[in-house]
Design a protein around this ligand. Structure first.
Ligand code: G1P
Length: 357
């Protein structure tokens, strides 16, 4: 089976982070979101992967994944161009997949239990498609299914006002090539997109069956900053203590801390896990890094207390401040202005930034 990884979209809900890079490369515990999807494909035995690229961050994604050989997979890039909807993105993979069944994975989704079971269970003789589902609190934010008493899917709706259930589509699909005829017949939805949800509804309308697989482990769509922080907490919950870098005083590095190569935790700094610290980063003696924080690579941290946050890398954070629940973009600096007159907070803040002071 082939895999299709959707890596387009504008990432507008993640501005300003996505002004400078695609949402699929936002690091969660020092690994880009996209890499988790590639690993899930590999675990499911899928190594022939088509990556659908939009206009945004196209080069950055190609540079990051290369030809896939570093991961042990074979990557084919397919250009979608303008983001006209998930169904449009899937439609672009028609030639790549040929007449086989294939798996579609949304490149900004993260899930704990992977896709192995769902892929192994899919029965193309019985079903035209298989979809991953999970119970959610706000079904109106998602694609939602209605099922009958035998748990057969009888209807699908994209972001309905009146959801038929609280079972949402999580963005993992298995399709037979029949889906392409449905995609070709689609009209744009109220949000101006060709919806994959509508294409699957088209299969039901043609009396084809859709298999469902309810996912119980956590699942997270990393669309918004709060989702990135939440996904970071979920991933850090499962890391082990692994100190590949240098720790000057082991007693102040507490619990499950992952320290990448070349990173240094200086004597006097306190790091309380779960925490991930990227390669070549220096945690200076005046710092405190608290639970559920990922500090990106190649950064200088000193004097600051940072907790439940993600810093994306190449950062200088040396202000004597407490930073919580924050997402800090690549190359951003938070330094001290204490000895300057007049005293006050000095800022260079980019478009769409958020400061809660
Ligand atoms: C998309 C799908 C939706 C699905 C969701 C999962 O929504 O259209 O059916 O439930 O992904 O993340 P979007 O992220 O485009 O709002």
């Amino acid at each position: 089976m082939k895999g299709v990884l959707l890596a387009g979209g504008t990432g507008s809900r993640l501005y300003p982070i996505t002004h400078t890079g695609p949402k699929q490369l936002v690091p969660i515990a020092n690994k880009p979101v996209l890499d988790y999807a590639i690993e899930d494909f590999i675990d499911a035995g899928i190594t022939d992967i088509g990556v659908i690229l939009g206009n945004k961050g196209r080069e950055a994604i190609q540079q990051h994944l290369g030809d896939g050989s570093d991961y042990g997979v074979d990557i084919t890039y397919i250009i979608q161009g303008d983001p006209l909807g998930l169904a449009h993105a899937v439609g672009c993979a028609k030639e790549f997949v040929g007449d086989e069944s294939f798996v579609v994975y949304l490149g900004d989704d993260l899930m704990r239990e992977g896709i192995e079971e769902m892929v192994a269970d899919f029965d193309p003789e019985e079903y035209a498609a298989g979809i991953g589902l999970q119970e959610v609190d706000e079904p109106s934010r998602y694609g939602v299914v209605g099922r009958n008493d035998d748990d057969d899917i009888v209807e699908l709706a994209e972001k309905p006002d009146d959801p038929p259930s609280n079972l949402a589509l999580i963005g993992i699909y298995v399709f037979t090539p029949e889906i392409f005829d449905q995609i070709e017949a689609l009209e744009p939805s109220w949000r101006g997109e060709l919806e994959i949800t509508d294409a699957i509804q088209g299969l039901l309308d043609d009396d084809r069956r859709v298999q469902s697989h309810v996912v119980h482990g956590w699942w997270k769509d990393t669309g918004k900053p709060s989702d990135v922080l939440h996904a970071n907490r979920l991933v850090l919950d499962a890391i082990d203590r692994n100190l590949a870098g240098t720790v000057e005083n082991k007693e102040s590095v507490i619990g499950r801390v992952e320290l990448h190569e070349g990173a240094v935790i200086e004597n006097g700094a306190v790091v309380r896990g779960p925490v991930s610290i990227g390669a070549d980063t220096r945690i200076g003696s005046g710092s405190y890094i608290g639970p559920y924080t990922s500090i990106g690579e190649n950064s200088e941290i000193d004097n600051a207390h940072i907790e439940a946050s993600v810093t994306m890398g190449d950062n200088e954070i040396t202000a004597d401040r407490t930073i919580v629940d924050s997402l800090i973009g690549r190359q951003a600096a938070i330094t001290s202005s204490e000895d300057k007159q007049p005293t006050g907070d000095r800022m260079v803040i980019g478009r769409n930034s958020t400061l809660e002071l």
